[in-house]
Write a protein that binds this ligand. Sequence first.
Ligand code: NIG
Ligand code: FE
Length: 401
Amino acid sequence: MSDVPRSIVIDDIATLVTNDPSRGRGAVGEVRDAALVVEDGRVAWSGPRAQAPAADARIDAAGRCVIPGFVDSHSHIVFAGDRSREFAARMSGQPYSAGGIRTTVAATREASDADLLAGARRLLREARAQGTTTLEVKSGYGLTVADEERCLAVAARVTDEVTFLGAHVVAPEYADDPQGYVDLVTGPMLEACAPHARWIDVFCERGAFDEDASRRVLTAGTERGLLPRVHGNQLGPGPGVRLAVELGAASVDHCTHLEPADVDALAQAAARPEPTVATLLPGVDFSTRQPYPDARALIDAGALVALASDCNPGSCFTSSLAFCVAVAVRDTGMTPDEAVWAATAGGARALRRTDVGHLAPGARADLVLLDAPNHLYLAYRPGVPQVAAVWKDGELVSGRP
Ligand code: NIG
Ligand code: FE
């Protein structure tokens, strides 16, 4: 007989965010004086502690808050090099342009697979310690067939949510032949990369890929069995959002510069069985001194909104979803409830996942215990480390309760 307890109850939870409105108050399904039972890596039961079933072992939450692990649906953590000076120059008035991506491409091509993996693992650990239990990871700093493929192989060592972003910018070798680069991305590069990835992404923006090129990339990826997602409307208005909705992408990310027709398109797309989520990356707007997206307008129109970090060395080098929640509440018009939902359940929707982002029975036991009585503290105490413990699939992966 093994001594490992089969079921564990996390007891005396002051506030449990289930993201299941049938279990508690509001869209976040908030239960006060709650408990949660974990069995075989899944949530077996969640609800008021007075009704909790017996379990083999007990963890005392001691009047603190439990939320679902953050689902960060957008990151670029496979890279080498340092762009801190570019950031400093920006803060002294230099505008952000996607041109800096090429600096990271040069450093990434020089780096060994072992160094890229070590860097990605370090950032994954960092994200996990801050409560992220699901993390999407993109390629996009290789831009040759071999370098994109090895970046994806590294990504696949740290996550199941891998995205092929060969169409990040036109590779420097193709500066005079952007069509030729799209041929490469949709031909040999896609062939080599598709087996490593679940998703295909494109940076649909002036200075990167226009509407026609973006459509070609996403269509080729879809035909090869990948699911589409889009970087759009980051640096100015453009066709990214509407293209994402037209092609049934799971998400369109950034959404900083939206026109009324974009908001309408996202609202209509939210009503589909497989919606297109508007994923906001407010850390990027913070770190590039851009205006903030109007989350209030999106939510009021009926769009589905997620929050993600976009952790990357150029436009936003944070891995903290708590920071993104705080900025979203302060500057995009979201309520704290909406922002916490967007960083958990919203991220799950953006990755078309039903097993994460909530804590109803059957969900993965991906949990965060906060050193706080409720989830409002994430925005209320910005910059303060409040993650006490993190479980993934029922296993303690960071901190201690
Ligand atoms: O999501 N927008 C394009 N790509 C990244 C930025 C990458 C970089 O500057 O290195 C983004 O913001
Ligand atoms: Fe990005």
